[in-house]
Design a protein around this ligand. Structure first.
Ligand code: AMP
Ligand code: GLY
Length: 421
């Protein structure tokens, strides 16, 4: 099987790494990939979706897997399907679950899926009025895609009003803020769950926990995620069952009913409040860095899982997961998340301890390649992943690997998985 992965992050690297170990996979392509994916397959630099679909057809690519949300919301899946290609990811219509928070919240309300109390509006007056009725803090969200920056947790009513005004005027996020969601703040612990869906059936992966804040102790600004681990002991069978029955089943049925069956990764951002899973948001793709720790836990060949999902054959697939744990620690560049940093060479020392070498690896993200050398090129640079029989063992191994990886300005959290330990 020839497979193309669309995207350039650590998420796409980790999918490629899993597929690279899969005997059913002949050739791997990355579009556009990063400085390290060239070691796993061939990087393809075609930006236009139509031309990329033609490339897939011309090169006998049997399956295309789309990593990031932007091409999904742009409709890349529809373009590939129109050319008769097999592609894993939601249609443009189904990607609205991430592309528009207003669509997502109204969908949750329509199908009775528990979520934070909210209004959606494009009116400043209505926004202000609702803000006044909410206890503090107040959550203000821009409707459209804002690269993970469109959510403000306001500590005062005035701050919430300023955030809503700046969104509605187009000042903070342009068109993406022309509609806003104002909602109540939920106090609990946050989880990420991922369901691989084929429109009607799904495979639920082990629950993960991300670490969105830049600094230890969940301090500092929000980021794309500074580390993750799975499975988390914060989820028991009762919570899994509630998520299946109250969130995933009604979502798949509801999307069919809307005429937009959901195929692809349904990423459910949950807040567990007094044992009840409340849906904060949906994304329509794998989380990053969650993907980097979930891929190594999958025992079923990745090509089979993604191909069957893309061809409506999940019903009879039994997916096996490893009974180990995975912890991933992100290393970001010096000025992340504020601005880019100048390139710095990455040096990875040999890991001499056999046990650690066998149970750790690096998933590369913001890297470029020059003459066989890898350079940190900004943002989140790489993820050090450790696998073990306990979260502690996996975490110790991940941090041992972190000690072997060097580049000027490297920045990492030292407390990944603290909630589980
Ligand atoms: P979202 O993009 O909607 O997931 O929001 C980004 C982050 O903001 C989430 O991961 C939560 O940490 C936080 N957040 C969003 N909505 C709420 C809420 N209603 N209550 C508490 N925290 C929230
Ligand atoms: N790690 C969270 C995300 O990918 O949105």
């Amino acid at each position: 099987m020839n497979i193309m992965i669309v995207g350039s992050g650590g998420r796409e690297y980790s999918i490629g790494r899993a597929l690279g170990k899969d005997s059913a996979v002949d050739k791997l392509y990355f579009a556009p990939g990063n400085g390290a994916t060239g070691q796993l397959g061939e990087n393809v630099n075609i930006k236009e979706y139509d031309a990329l679909a033609d490339f897939a057809a011309d090169n006998s690519i049997d399956l295309t897997i789309v990593g990031p949300e932007a091409p999904l919301v742009d409709g890349i899946v529809d373009i590939f399907k129109a050319k008769g290609l097999t592609v894993f990811g939601p249609s443009q219509a189904a990607a609205q679950l991430e592309g528009s928070k207003v669509y997502m919240k109204n969908f949750l309300a329509r199908y009775g899926i528990p979520t934070a109390r909210y209004i959606e509006t494009d009116s400043i007056e209505k926004a202000f009025k609702f803000i006044e009725t909410l206890p503090l803090p107040v959550v203000v969200k821009a409707d459209g895609l804002c690269a993970g920056k469109g959510v403000i947790i306001a500590q005062s009513h005035d701050e919430a009003k300023v955030a809503a005004s700046e969104m509605l005027s187009g000042k903070s996020f342009g068109d993406a803020g022309k509609n806003v969601i104002i909602e109540e703040f939920l106090d609990g612990y946050e989880l990420s769950m991922f369901a691989i869906c084929d429109g009607s059936d799904y495979i639920l992966l082990p629950a993960a926990q991300d670490h969105k804040r830049l600094l230890d102790g969940d301090k500092g600004p929000n980021t794309g995620g500074m580390g993750a681990y799975a499975p988390t002991p914060l989820v028991d069978d009762v919570i899994y069952e509630k998520v299946r029955e109250r969130v995933i089943r009604p979502t798949l049925d509801g999307m069919q009913n809307e005429g937009a069956p959901f195929e692809g990764v349904l990423f459910i951002g949950l807040m567990i409040v007094n044992g009840e899973p409340i849906t904060l948001e949906f994304n329509v793709r794998f989380g990053d860095p969650e993907c980097e720790i979930l891929m190594p836990l999958m025992k079923t060949p990745a090509s089979e899982l993604f191909y069957k999902a893309a061809t409506s054959q999940l019903k009879d697939l039994k997916v096996e997961f490893s009974d180990e744990y995975a912890v991933g620690v992100v290393m970001a560049s010096r000025d992340y998340p504020y601005k880019g940093s100048s390139p710095a060479e990455i040096v990875v020392d040999d890991v001499v301890h056999e046990e650690i070498a066998k149970n750790t690896h690096v998933s590369y993200a913001g890297v470029s390649e020059d003459d066989g050398r890898l350079f940190a090129s900004g943002g989140r640079v790489l993820v050090c992943v450790g696998i073990g029989d306990s979260i502690k063992e996996a975490r110790d191994r991940a941090y041992m690997l972190c000690g072997q990886v060097h580049f000027a300005g490297k920045k990492l959290r030292t407390d990944i998985a603290y909630q589980a330990l």
